[in-house]
Design a protein around this ligand. Structure first.
Ligand code: RP5
Length: 171
């Protein structure tokens, strides 16, 4: 099956903001960027730390919607307050990715992100690579609600994934 064409790179304003608390999070979060690229979703990538650069976070989140972003993916590890604090500053959907920490294998990140008190939601994904991948796919699903061409690309991506699953394991 031929793949639907991607929009020309560089011609679109970013629709997804991909932020992370540290350079060290890129090892995980590049999986989200990779999926966004494959689906032709314009995005921007920034290091924004809730505790090291709190003013950068407030500015980023407060201006996100006005700058044309529709979804924010926020990855952080440890006491991972970045997604929750980001959601506090914007009404855009915020998808949180718990980065696997060395000390607690990402359980600290997961619980910090998922246990938001009622009132300010963060959509929390799985720890690590799977979460980063799925955050991008979930962002794509959200955007596809008002973008039929993206919906077609997402359906093709899923069909290719299905077609790649062998009926029998290699033994
Ligand atoms: C968090 O602390 C970051 O999201 C990162 O996952 C973790 C460790 O950061 P570094 O010490 O590697 O910069 O803020």
């Amino acid at each position: 099956m031929s793949q639907p064409p991607l929009p020309s790179p560089g011609t679109q304003a970013p629709r997804v903001g991909l932020i992370m608390g540290s350079q060290s999070d890129w090892e995980t979060m590049h999986h989200a960027a990779s999926v966004l690229e494959k689906l032709g979703i314009a995005h921007e990538v920034r290091i924004v730390s809730a505790h090291r650069t709190p003013d950068r976070l407030a500015d980023y989140a407060k201006t996100a919607q006005g700058r044309g972003l529709s979804v924010i993916i926020a990855g952080a590890g440890g006491a991972a307050h970045l997604p929750g604090m980001c959601a506090a500053w914007t009404a855009l959907p915020v998808l949180g990715v718990p980065v696997e920490s060395h000390a607690l294998k990402g359980m600290d990140s997961l619980l910090s992100i998922v246990q938001m008190p009622g009132g300010i939601p963060v959509g929390t994904l799985a720890i690590g690579k799977a979460g980063a991948t799925n955050a991008a796919l979930l962002a794509a699903s959200i955007l596809a609600l008002s973008d039929p061409a993206l919906g077609t690309r997402l359906a093709a991506w899923r069909a290719a994934q299905t077609a790649a699953v062998a009926e029998e394991p290699v033994r």
